[in-house]
Design a protein around this ligand. Structure first.
Ligand SMILES: Nc1ncnc2c1ncn2[C@@H]1O[C@H](COP(=O)(O)OP(=O)(O)OP(=O)(O)O)[C@@H](O)[C@H]1O
Length: 227
């Protein structure tokens, strides 16, 4: 694997059960890169993300993600791989029964943090990164959808990941708020965390010209140009 690669898949076949979803996937993403992942419903975007976060096993081929070898990854190592990944998925929302601060503290404690002062400091750091320090004591329902998504991004940053995987992070947001979220994700990538963002939003893709990876007809195509 090249020195700065955080995702490196070589000749990987991706299956869901016995169904071959994507074949011969070659994908190389470097530290701090930002890329869009596009493709129609059912084309394999989620399956590709699942391979990267260790939810699907690779059969054929080779895969390295944040220095973890996917081929030999044991079930017990999956949580350690996940700590290197920040996951921003629609079905992974904030806990509604506690404040922003307690949501973030919950994740830190679940991933081994115990020092109160360090926890407090880390929570302030990540909220600063997404511009929401002033909302620390709010409940999720007391902030807007865009702010909630920023908190989800802050949560993804807690363990200083090498990669953010974002699946439709702007799916429920209005166009202006969507742009703000993508601007934030691009800033994060410029600070050294690679970002792979699955989206159907062509307005966003056109507004923020970036590398585009497309799933189509059972294969991925890299560096796609929109016409
Ligand atoms: N758990 C599963 N078992 C069997 N087949 C599955 C499973 N999950 C997905 N598939 C199939 O794998 C293919 C790729 O699905 P995938 O969810 O990766 O697509 P996608 O591009 O992420 O779609 P969407 O944009 O709707 O999220 C589809 O044909 C789907 O039906």
């Amino acid at each position: 694997m090249a020195e700065h690669a955080v995702i490196h898949l070589k000749n990987v076949d991706i299956f869901q059960q016995k169904h071959l979803v994507l074949s011969n996937v070659n994908l190389h993403i470097d530290k701090g890169e930002f890329a869009f992942l596009i493709g129609q419903t059912g084309s394999g975007k989620s399956s590709l993300l699942k391979i990267i976060y260790g939810d699907l096993h690779i059969g054929n081929g080779e895969g390295m993600v944040a220095d973890f070898d996917l081929k030999t990854l044991a079930e017990k190592d999956v949580p350690y791989l996940r700590r290197k990944l920040g996951i921003v998925f629609q079905d992974f929302q904030l806990l509604t029964d506690r404040t922003i601060e307690k949501n973030l503290e919950f994740v830190l404690r679940a991933t081994g943090w115990s020092d109160k002062a360090l926890i407090a400091e880390r929570i302030k750091d990540v909220l600063d990164k997404v511009g929401l320090r002033s909302k620390i004591k709010k409940m999720p329902h007391e902030i807007s959808g865009g702010e909630q998504q920023r908190v989800v991004i802050a949560r993804a940053l807690l363990n200083d990941p090498e990669i953010i995987l974002a699946d439709e992070p702007t799916g429920n947001l209005d166009p202006d708020t969507s742009e703000e979220i993508v601007i934030l994700l691009r800033q994060i990538s410029q600070n050294g965390t690679a970002v792979l963002m699955a989206t159907h939003d062509y307005h966003i893709i056109r507004t923020f010209p970036s590398r585009i990876i497309k799933c189509e007809n059972g294969v991925i195509t890299d560096n796609v140009q929109l016409v």
